[in-house]
Every structure is written in structure tokens, then in C-alpha cells.
Design a protein around this ligand. Structure first.
Ligand code: AMP
Length: 220
């Protein structure tokens, strides 16, 4: 199947949608945010740098992301398609991603942009909770995606936590950054003829239905 890239503002639901795609199509989900959060736990110079950058809602240095993406894409499980989420996040990263893909013989595939308004995002950001064991995502502000028991994962029983950067202040920094740096890459992919836009102001199920349609139509 074709590779998939998600472009969406923070808290638009791209992590949740990526998990639904993984569950149906069994392809690896490569999230630079998840990889960086793992690195941020390391007690090392790079671990400390990444932890501080994430907590402030800023972007880590481009070079770090290139290395971790190339290393991850070289793994065998990416051969039958993968979903990339959180990368590229600016135009330089998009250009470098095109180079990495070419080098490894991969195509960009479907670039799916989730379009959603800022007020909805603000409401979502404060309610987001994540399982520390399986990374499942919940929202305590939305009945349809709240966990059955407070602070406990429905799937694996793991403890739920709130990301350091899921507060209004860090959100506003990240959203501004998204508009300035990430939105221009939408045009980059529109020009390549690979961009698909999906309205994200809808239920998880309906957004997934639209994404699933794009994937299945392009696999024919
Ligand atoms: P996410 O889980 O995608 O919202 O990413 C969480 C944080 O990780 C971001 O706010 C950035 O600090 C960092 N990050 C993730 N992906 C990238 C990237 N492609 N380039 C730079 N920083 C990134």
C-alpha cells in the first residue's frame, strides 16, 4: 500500500487517526513526537536538550530529526508501507524528507492534511491523556473518547498521563509555530499532486471514514 503522511495542527487527532490506520492496515506508525519523548527520558546531554525543547513547545533541531527518521525508515517493517506523523514540520524538513525517500527508494504516498479550527483544538488540548504503556490516546473532555476509569487505560490497564506540552500556553506557541512553519509544506505537497484534505471538525469515526476512503481508493 501507499505510504501515508499526516499534516495537522497540534491536538487535531492525528495520533488517534494514525492508530486507527495501524489497527486496520498493520503498517508501522512513525511518530517523531513519540520517538523524541522516548529520547527525552534519557539522562544524557541529548536527552536533556530534547526534554527542555519539548516542554517549551519548540521544535528540536532539524539534523536530529533527519537522523532518527532515516534510521527508522531503514528498518524492514517499513517496506510494505508506513505512516509518518509529526514529520516533516517545516519546509527544510520536507525537502530533506524528499531526499531521504529518494535515497531509500520510497514514494511520499498520500499526504493527508487534517483541517480543523483553533477553538476546537484549545478545548481538546487540555483534556488529552495518554497511556504510558501503550500510547493509547483519550480525552477526558469528550464523552466519546474518555477512559472508562479515570487515569487508567481501557486497553492495557496502564496509567494515563498528561503531556508536559498539553497546556494552553505551550499550545499557543505550538499552534503559532504550526501556522508559520508547517502550513507552508501543505503547498509543497499540493504542487506535487499528492495532497488530500480532510475536515477534522467531526467525530473520530467520521474522520477515520474519510481517511480510510482515501487509502482504499489509492490502493486500487
Ligand atoms: P507531536 O507529538 O508530534 O505533537 O510532537 C511533540 C513535540 O516533539 C513537538 O512540539 C516538538 O517539540 C517535537 N517534534 C516532533 N516532531 C518534530 C519535528 N519533525 N521537528 C522538530 N521537532 C519535532
Amino acid at each position: 500500500m501507499k505510504n501515508i503522511m499526516f499534516i495537522a495542527p497540534p491536538a487535531a487527532g492525528k495520533g488517534t487517526q494514525a492508530e486507527l490506520v495501524v489497527a486496520k492496515y498493520h503498517i508501522p506508525h512513525i511518530s517523531t513526537g513519540d520517538i523524541l519523548r522516548e529520547i527525552s527520558k534519557e539522562d544524557s546531554e541529548i536527552g536533556n536538550y530534547v526534554a527542555e525543547t519539548l516542554a517549551g513547545g519548540k521544535l528540536v533541531k532539524d539534523e536530529i530529526t533527519y537522523q532518527l527518521i532515516e534510521k527508522r525508515l531503514k528498518e524492514d517493517d517499513c517496506k510494505n508501507g508506513f505512516i509518518i506523523d509529526g514529520f516533516p514540520r517545516n519546509i527544510n524538513q520536507a525537502i530533506e524528507y524528499d531526499n531521504i525517500l529518494k535515497k531509500l527508494g520510497y514514494e511520499v504516498g498520500n499526504v493527508i492534511s487534517i483541517v480543523i479550527d483553533e477553538k476546537t483544538l484549545e478545548k481538546r488540548i487540555t483534556g488529552r491523556r495518554i497511556c504510558e504503556d501503550c500510547n493509547a490516546i483519550y480525552n477526558i473532555n469528550e464523552t466519546s473518547s474518555a477512559p472508562q476509569q479515570e487515569s487508567i487505560c481501557d486497553i492495557c490497564g496502564g496509567k494515563l498521563y498528561q503531556r508536559n506540552d498539553d497546556n494552553l500556553e505551550a499550545f499557543q506557541t505550538r499552534y503559532k509555530m504550526y501556522q508559520e512553519k508547517t502550513e507552508p509544506i501543505i503547498e509543497h505537497y499540493r504542487k506535487q499532486g499528492v495532497l488530500k484534505e480532510v475536515n477534522g471538525n467531526d467525530t473520530i469515526e467520521n474522520v477515520f471514514r474519510k481517511i480510510d476512503k482515501i487509502i482504499s481508493l489509492s490502493s486500487k
